[in-house]
Design a binder for this molecule. Sequence first.
Ligand SMILES: C[S@@+](CC[C@H](N)C(=O)[O-])C[C@H]1O[C@@H](n2cnc3c(N)ncnc32)[C@H](O)[C@@H]1O
Length: 237
Amino acid sequence: MRLRGRRGTREELEQRTDLVVLDPKAYKGRWHERFGNNNPIHVELGMGKGQFITQLSAQNPDINYIGIDMFDQLLHRASDKAIKARIEHGRPELNNLAIVLFNIEYLEDVFADNELERVYLNFSDPWPKKRHHRRRLTHPNFLRKYMRMLNSNGDIHFKTDSEELFEFSLNSFSDVGLRMRNITLSLHREGNPSFNVMTEYEGKFVEQGKPIYRCEVVVGADALAKHVEALKTETSK
Ligand SMILES: C[S@@+](CC[C@H](N)C(=O)[O-])C[C@H]1O[C@@H](n2cnc3c(N)ncnc32)[C@H](O)[C@@H]1O
């Protein structure tokens, strides 16, 4: 991602305390206190410029969203977008989004067990060299962390333009014993599905005519039970 630095960015982030969190470790196990309610928490890991998480948060006031990235400039862009999205949706008073500066490698310092309900992985860095595969956000070492942080309704939503990363990830999900659903090798085959909010990267890849791979991963026990029940109903029709 190309980033153009600007003086004063950090100072401006420090002023946006309603949206931006620069000390996320302080909220471990206490994110509900920050949001002031017990609504489910959905997290995007590597939110980039924030189009996805800011749109979702403006659309769904009853879900709390956290977008994480590690560059000040990206947090600045994302917080600008959040303010704009709230105004566009006629909800400037919304308080259901936190834009967080943090390195995902140390995620367990920020979230307690069972604190989250959904993890979004959108166009995560593909790390093509074999010696870097451990850095992939769908590597089993990361998945085990998400599995601890996700609650009984928990799931993971994953999309990517990288066929190789998708293949690797399906194997990883299976290796840690997780069940996948709604797998597609071309999310945009018939246009953008109504449920799908596009990310910045996704927009570029779709314009280039590249296929987008997507799947959902069932993690929590209740989520799995609901999934199995829904399948039974579907197959008995
Ligand atoms: C390829 S971009 C995708 C951005 C966005 N999700 C999208 O689809 O447009 C990956 C993002 O992940 C962030 N990222 C990668 N590794 C990270 C880490 N260890 N901690 C925090 N953010 C990270 C990068 O800074 C970048 O913004």
